[in-house]
Design a protein around this ligand. Structure first.
Ligand code: NAP
Length: 367
C-alpha cells in the first residue's frame, strides 16, 4: 500500500516537531508538506528549525531539504494536493483563534481535511472533538458536516485540551461500565511544553508553581461534556454531566501532565478493586482495529505508593497510555486517584495521529 501524503501546519512549533518526529516511519502516512508562519516560509525545514529543535527524539533527515510554505496561503497546499503530495493536514498552529478558525475552514473548503490540535473549532457543534478511545462514533458526523457546509472532500476534526485524557479516559471507562460519575474535582499539574516555545518564562516557573493557565480551567470543565455528548440533528449535543471543578497549575516539568482527581459516584458505587479491574481491562475501538498508534492497554494501573510520576511514566506505551495510581477512598467524595499522560504525545501530536488513523480506518480520507 502506498502511503498517504500528509502535511503539517505549524511544523516548526512544539507540537509540529512532535508530529515530524512521531510520523517517522509511520506505516500509513508520509510527511510531504510543511507550513508555518511567514517567518519560516521559504526556508528549508533544517534552516527553519535551526537552534530550536526542542524534543529529544530525531526525525527523517529527508525532511531537512523540504521548503516550508506559508500556512496562511492555502493555494500552496492546493498545488501540493494537485501534485499528489498532500491528502490531508495536521494543524498545529498557534495564532489568534479567529484566524485559525477561518484558515482551517479554508483548507477544508479547498478539499483538504484538517486534523487539528488547535482549540479554535472545539466548540463548533458540527466538528467532532475526538479522543479515539472515548468517542470514535462522533466521527460519523463528518458527512453531515460536509453536507451542511458544501464541502466535498474536506472536513475538520479536532482533539481536546492536552490534560483531559489523563482523567477522562479513567472516568469514561467507569461510565461505560455502568457507574455514574456525578461530580469530579481535578487539580492539574501541567508541564511547560504545554505552553509551546518559548512558553512560560524560566524565572516564572523554575523553583515555582504558577497557579493559573489562561482559559485552561474552562476547557478542563467543559470539553469533557462535548466528548460525552451525542449526535442529534447533525450537531453534537453536550452531555449534562459530570459536574467538574478544575484547578490548573503550571509546574516545572518538561513533559507530562499530572492530575489528582476525586470522584463522586451515583447510587451504584464501585469498590476500589472493581475500579482497578475496569481500568486494567478497558479496551476500545482503536485497540480492536489495531491502529498503529493505539496503546495496547489505554490505562495502566500502577500499584506503587508513589506512582505515576511524569519523569518515570510519561513515556508508557510510547507516550500513548494513561497511567493511574494512588487509587484510594476519598473522605469527601467517593474515590480519588492520580492520572498522568504525555501532553505533547497523547495530548497533542500522538493523539492527532491516532485520530487520523481512526478517520482513515473509517474511510473518510477516500483511501
Ligand atoms: P508553538 O510551539 O508556539 O508553535 C506554533 C506554530 O504556529 C509554529 O510552527 C509557528 O511558525 C506557527 N505560527 C505562528 N504564527 C503563525 C502565523 N502568523 N501564521 C502561520 N503560522 C504561524 O505552539 P505549540 O505548543 O506547538 O501549539 C500548537 C497548537 O497546538 C496550539 O493551537 C496549541 O493550543 C495546541 N496544543 C498544544 C499542546 C502542547 O502540549 N504544546 C497540546 C495540545 C494542543 P513559526 O515557527 O514560523 O513561528
Amino acid at each position: 500500500m502506498s502511503k498517504i501524503p500528509v502535511g503539517i501546519l505549524g511544523a516548526t512549533g512544539m507540537v509540529g516537531q512532535n508530529y515530524i518526529s512521531l510520523l517517522t516511519d509511520h506505516p500509513w502516512f508520509e510527511v510531504k508538506y510543511l507550513a508555518a508562519s511567514p517567518r519560516s516560509a521559504g526556508k528549508t525545514y533544517k534552516e527553519a528549525i535551526e537552534g530550536r529543535w526542542h524534543i529529544r527524539r530525531g526525525y527523517d533527515a529527508a525532511l531537512d531539504k523540504l521548503i516550508v510554505e506559508d500556512a496562511n496561503d492555502v493555494s500552496k497546499a492546493l498545488a501540493a494536493k494537485k501534485r499528489g503530495n498532500l491528502n490531508f493536514v495536521f494543524s498545529a498552529l498557534e495564532m489568534e483563534k479567529d484566524i485559525i478558525l477561518k484558515l482551517e475552514e479554508s483548507y477544508a473548503a479547498a478539499g483538504i481535511p484538517v486534523i487539528s490540535n488547535a482549540s479554535a473549532h472545539r466548540w463548533t457543534p458540527d466538528v467532532p472533538m475526538l479522543i479515539a478511545e472515548l468517542n470514535p462514533e462522533h466521527s460519523d458526523i463528518i458527512p453531515l458536516q460536509q453536507k451542511r457546509r458544501g464541502w466535498e472532500k474536506g472536513f475538520i476534526v479536532v482533539k481536546p485540551n492536552c490534560s483531559i485524557q489523563s482523567y477522562m479516559t479513567p472516568v469514561y471507562s467507569l461510565l461505560k461500565a455502568g457507574y455514574e460519575v456525578k461530580r469530579l474535582i481535578v487539580t492539574t499539574m501541567q508541564a511547560v511544553s504545554g505552553a509551546g516555545f518559548p512558553g512560560v518564562p524560566s524565572l516564572d516557573v523554575i523553583d515555582n508553581i504558577v497557579p493559573f493557565i489562561g482559559g485552561e480551567e474552562e476547557k478542563s470543565e467543559k470539553e469533557p461534556l462535548k466528548i460525552l455528548g451525542t449526535i442529534e440533528d447533525g450537531l453534537i449535543k453536550n452531555a449534562a454531566g459530570p459536574l467538574i471543578s478544575a484547578h490548573c497549575n503550571r509546574v516545572p516539568v518538561i513533559d507530562g501532565h499530572t492530575v489528582t482527581a476525586s470522584m463522586e459516584f451515583g447510587e451504584n458505587k464501585p469498590s476500589i478493586e472493581q475500579i482497578k479491574e475496569i481500568w486494567r481491562n478497558f479496551r476500545a475501538l482503536p485497540q480492536e482495529l489495531e491502529l498503529p498508534f493505539a496503546p495496547k492497554q489505554p490505562i495502566i494501573v500502577r500499584e506503587e505508593a508513589n506512582r505515576p510520576q511524569p519523569g518515570k511514566d510519561r513515556d508508557a506505551d510510547k507516550g500513548m497510555a494513561v497511567s493511574v495510581g494512588r487509587i484510594r477512598p476519598c473522605p469527601v467524595f467517593d474515590v480519588r486517584f492520580v492520572g498522568l499522560s504525555h501532553n505533547t504525545i497523547r495530548g497533542a501530536a500522538g493523539g492527532g495521529i491516532l485520530n487520523a488513523e481512526l478517520i482513515k480506518a473509517k474511510g473518510f480520507f477516500g483511501h
